[in-house]
Design a protein around this ligand. Sequence first.
Ligand SMILES: [Mg+2]
Ligand SMILES: [Zn+2]
Length: 163
Amino acid sequence: MNKKKAIFLDRDGILNRNRDDYVKDISELEIFPNIENFIKKLQASGFLIIVVSNQSAINRGLTTHSNVDEIHASIQAYLNKFGANIDNFYYCPHTPAENCTCRKPKPGLLIKAIDDFSIDPLSSWMVGDRDSDVDAGESVGCKTIKIQENSCDFENILKTILS
Ligand SMILES: [Mg+2]
Ligand SMILES: [Zn+2]
């Protein structure tokens, strides 16, 4: 069976503006303009689009699973209006002290997605804004791209992946 290729995307700072006090509900969600074209171009090249996000604000008691699900539904609804789509959202609710296997830089979220979608990590990319994103991607064999947080540097990402 042919394995699929994917773009693993960090959420905060890449698709929407990161906040130092966490994006806790949809009132704090600022989706960056033009993510729809970025994602459509990647999809047109045959990539699955998978979001992998650390959301320790949940277990810090600052937000809830249902708020996070609502944020993801809101991002998805925005994209769907333009014919773009995220194949799945995976997130880690744990704090660093819980020492789970899914909080990036650990690769648990990526491993789950690779298993769920039968993804070939070697032909896939992890795109993020922190070393923890890069490290998670590298540990499953993905190619990686790090851009500056909140920079919307989509042209650079597309040039690197599609050229
Ligand atoms: Mg980030
Ligand atoms: Zn976790």
